[in-house]
Write a protein that binds this ligand. Structure first.
Ligand SMILES: Cc1ncc(COP(=O)(O)O)c(C=O)c1O
Length: 398
């Protein structure tokens, strides 16, 4: 018999989407045509110039350890980006480059959360948030963003959840899975409320570049009184189709950044030197492909909204950012397929995959039963085919 594992690991849940992913892969291996609307990363390739920068790093033997927080050129480029695009002033010592925005989030939580501290996270929201809070020893506390309110936050409702035990709040605009993105005024109103409290604001801005509502992204750190309380999390994964290169970063007040740098130096050291050079090229050179990608996502957003409006009894706030739609399908729950009752979004997605060959992510995977997530990281023909299958599947329920 093996010795016992750490008690913190016992609280971690299995990924709710794993069985859908495994089943989709198995069906595809059998040659079954599955419309895959479950993907959480852009379906475009990393731009040529960025790939070349990675190849050049290898060829020039830029293949050794770097400073734990990342190469200075890259951290300076991140500071320049934050200054010119977000109006935020940071110096390179306030920036730490990590293995994706996910790692930057985990590092932030390790740096601020004490055992038993509460951390607020948005629901619907990315399920890594509560799991990372648990790993850090904290207690995840969901705050609701209601579908009937276009997934906006009710500030009074949120404030009632802030207690003396609250140590941090995670904010995410544009949001995965809802696509909700705050206007500058909404960010300001939300930020001003947070500035009144002695809590960290961990602002996940990974989908910043993917907006379709004409609004400029506003970083929480730019709200009056929030710079010293905010950890800005961002990266190149979604904005430059670089999910596999694993480059994310945070920018924060000096003491926090130095602490995260120390944590990272003891846990993982720097991220890949090659990826850092590629990210440097992404942030400092032209990448016309990205404008084309955003345009393509914009078209697909219109298509998805239009196709969903043709399905009876579902509601879907128009996604303003990211590349997901999150329709409410709860009026179909409780119905049956082939005599088997569809109890929740997990059952529904399993049914739609098995019987109608369309892969989606259940709302339960984002703490929001009664919804399904449709990713538009898929071609227009795949989206048309997939959403037609969703429609047929829902209408076939009795
Ligand atoms: C809301 C959100 N934050 C962070 C990440 C992680 O990004 P990265 O690939 O840079 O770790 C994701 C990835 O899906 C995400 O959806």
């Amino acid at each position: 018999m093996s010795p016992a594992l750490a008690s913190r690991t016992g609280k971690l849940s299995e990924s709710l989407t794993l069985s859908i992913v495994a089943q989709t892969a198995a069906m595809q291996r059998e040659g079954i045509d599955v419309a895959k609307l479950s993907v959480g990363e852009p379906d475009f390739n990393t731009p040529r110039a960025i790939k070349d920068a990675g190849i050049e790093a290898i060829e020039s033997n830029f293949t050794r350890y770097t400073a734990a927080a990342g190469i200075l050129d890259l951290r300076q480029a991140i500071c320049d980006k934050l200054e010119s695009e977000n109006g935020l002033h940071y110096t390179p010592t306030q920036v730490v480059v990590s293995s994706g925005a996910k790692h930057s989030l985990a590092n932030s939580l390790m740096a601020v959360v004490n055992e038993g501290d509460e951390v607020l996270w948005p629901t619907p929201g990315w399920l890594s948030y509560p799991e990372q809070v648990l790993i850090a020893g904290g207690i995840p506390v969901p705050y609701p963003c209601h579908c009937e309110n276009d997934f906006r936050i009710d500030l009074d409702e949120l404030e009632a959840l802030i207690t003396p035990k609250t140590k941090a709040i995670i904010v995410n605009s544009p949001n995965n899975p809802t696509g909700a993105a705050y206007t500058p005024e909404e960010t300001r109103a939300f930020g001003e409320l947070l500035a009144k409290h002695d809590i960290w604001v961990i602002s996940d801005e990974i989908y910043e570049k993917l907006r379709y509502d004409g609004n400029q992204h506003t970083s929480f750190a730019s709200v009056d009184g929030l710079y010293d309380k905010t950890i800005v999390i961002n990266g190149v994964s979604k904005a430059f189709c670089m999910t596999g290169w694993r480059i994310g970063y945070l920018a924060a007040p000096q003491e926090l950044a130095s602490t995260v740098s120390r944590i990272q130096s003891q846990m993982t050291s720097s991220v890949s030197s090659i990826s850092q050079k590629a990210a440097l090229r992404a942030l400092t050179g032209d990448t016309p492909e990205m404008a084309e990608m955003i345009q393509a996502f914009h078209h697909r957003r219109e298509l998805v909204v239009d196709l969903l409006s043709g399905i009876p009894e579902i509601t879907c706030p128009v996604p303003e950012g990211a590349f997901y739609a999150f329709p409410r399908v709860d009026s179909y729950l409780g119905k049956s397929a082939n005599g088997k009752k569809i109890e929740g979004s997990l059952d529904l997605c399993a049914y739609l995959l098995k019987e109608h060959r369309v892969a989606l992510v259940p709302g339960a995977a984002f703490g929001a039963e009664g919804h399904i997530r449709i990713s538009f990281a898929a071609s227009e023909s795949e989206l048309t085919k997939g959403i037609e299958r969703v429609k047929q599947g829902l209408l076939a329920l009795k």
